[in-house]
Design a protein around this ligand. Structure first.
Ligand code: ADP
Length: 418
């Protein structure tokens, strides 16, 4: 048909959302839901919660639009993993498995963290004696997509990075394949690849059209980057939320464990990222959101602030300075609150600039243009300060929802057909 819509769903930490777009990227419908928290004994049954939310969101899509949905993709929180029906959450750390993982993986590999997918797999493997033969490892979004298409064991190379998949060679490394649990590893496709048609029972239950295609997903932070449509190397997204996170599209892959810098693959390019502990959390310790607005409007963004701070909510920094003992620096305290905020905003902008400079020094494509997401993106004065400090054009991203990025993956998955 001529009218086609593409459905993206984002499963974040506190809730889930869908966005329905057309080929031009115009939004036709969207809705957010928080997770119900079903208890089994004393523990929350997360998998049921996600499943229930998935089906509630599908019910939320206006009936009149469902018949036009050509494809679906879903993103989930990174390293949130299920092994059959035992979910491991993104923030769950399995330090007992870390020594084993460190002994099998190369030094400083992404999987060498207590919360990595591989640590979850090793921990499960060592504590579980039954049912191993029929087990499969699925990331949160693999599992949700599986509920829709019904084919076992398919993932994408963004989700699979933290289990050890090598996106450069497009394969699992030999040290991982040599492990007895390697048969649990899913097969891996590019994000936004068609997996198959939606299962008939689901299709009929919700009124989706015949041939509705389910596509591989990605992680939530990559989906949020995709939403900004910064599709050229040199384009970047700075996320000004509680922390300051930067993501830059690069033609080269860079990794540096000291700074927590690593690269995700995006087709023939690399999404390079780093995250500083500075950001909105410090602002919130000092100002209310209303004060931020009022005081910001009294700052002249064209005048540099002489105040040189390093705002941190607590001691410790990783990127662009790797120093776990670094102390926050928020002195001298000027006479006026306006000057104080000006100094803080300008100092955070300098940390942002230093971050992009470090990525370049580590070998990434030089940044040319910056889009902004997160709570700090609405601050126009800060944007002007950042333009001056970065010496680059800075814009607010027009779309920042991860679900929008997932919808673009759904569009990509069937894009060549029409
Ligand atoms: P997260 O999702 O990481 O918790 P958000 O993206 O919701 O964060 O952004 C919230 C942050 O935005 C808060 O820490 C707050 O200090 C900051 N913020 C809110 N309003 C402004 C503003 N006008 N200028 C700068 N920062 C702001």
């Amino acid at each position: 048909g001529s009218k086609q819509l593409y459905l993206g769903m984002d499963f974040g930490t506190s809730g889930a959302r869908y966005v329905l777009v057309d080929k031009q990227g115009t939004i036709h419908s969207e809705r957010k839901r928080t997770y119900p928290l079903p208890l089994v004994g004393n523990t929350i049954h997360w998998a049921s919660s996600w499943r229930e939310t998935l089906f509630s969101l599908l019910e939320d899509i206006p009936l009149s639009l469902r018949q036009y949905i050509a494809s679906i993709s879903i993103d989930g929180t990174s390293a949130t993993t299920l092994i059959i029906d035992r979910p491991f959450l993104y923030n769950e750390s399995l330090p007992d498995a870390l020594p084993i993982v460190t002994s099998i993986a190369p030094e400083n590999h992404t999987v060498c963290s207590g919360s990595s997918t591989l640590c979850k797999l090793v921990s499960w493997w060592n504590s579980n004696n039954s049912n191993k033969g029929s087990a499969v490892l699925m990331h949160q979004s693999d599992w949700l997509l599986w509920l829709l298409h019904g084919k076992f064991g398919i993932s994408d190379y963004n989700n699979a990075l933290k289990v050890g998949y090598d996106p450069e060679t497009d394969s699992y490394p030999s040290w991982l394949l040599a492990q007895p649990f390697s048969y649990l590893l899913p097969s891996v496709e590019a994000p936004g690849s068609p997996i198959g048609c939606m299962k008939e029972d689901i299709r009929l239950r919700f009124g989706f059209p015949k041939g509705c295609v389910v596509c591989t997903g990605t992680t939530d932070s990559i989906a949020a980057f995709l939403a900004a449509r910064a599709t050229q190397p040199g384009r970047a997204v700075t996320s000004l939320g509680s922390t300051l996170a930067i993501k830059l599209l690069s033609t080269s892959r860079i990794e540096d464990a000291r700074f927590g810098v690593y690269s995700h693959r995006l087709d023939d390019k690399w999404l390079v990222g780093g995250a500083s502990n500075t950001g909105g959390a410090v602002l919130r310790q000092i100002f209310t959101d209303d004060q931020l607005e009022v005081l910001s409007s009294q700052i002249d963004p064209l005048v540099p602030s002489p105040l040189d701070y390093y705002p941190l909510p607590a001691p410790g920094e990783r990127f662009p300075v790797a120093d776990p003992n670094m102390m926050p620096r928020l002195h001298p305290l000027p006479e006026s609150r306006v000057e104080y905020l000006h100094g803080i905003l300008e100092s955070i902008a300098r940390i942002e600039a230093k971050g992009y400079k470090l990525l370049k020094e580590l070998g990434a494509t030089e940044v040319e243009e910056v889009f902004t997401a997160g709570g700090g993106a609405k601050n126009q004065v800060w944007m002007k300060i950042r333009e001056r400090v970065l010496g680059l054009p800075v814009h607010r991203a027009s779309q920042t929802e991860a679900a929008y990025g997932a919808a673009l993956l759904a569009l990509k998955g069937v894009g060549l057909q029409n």
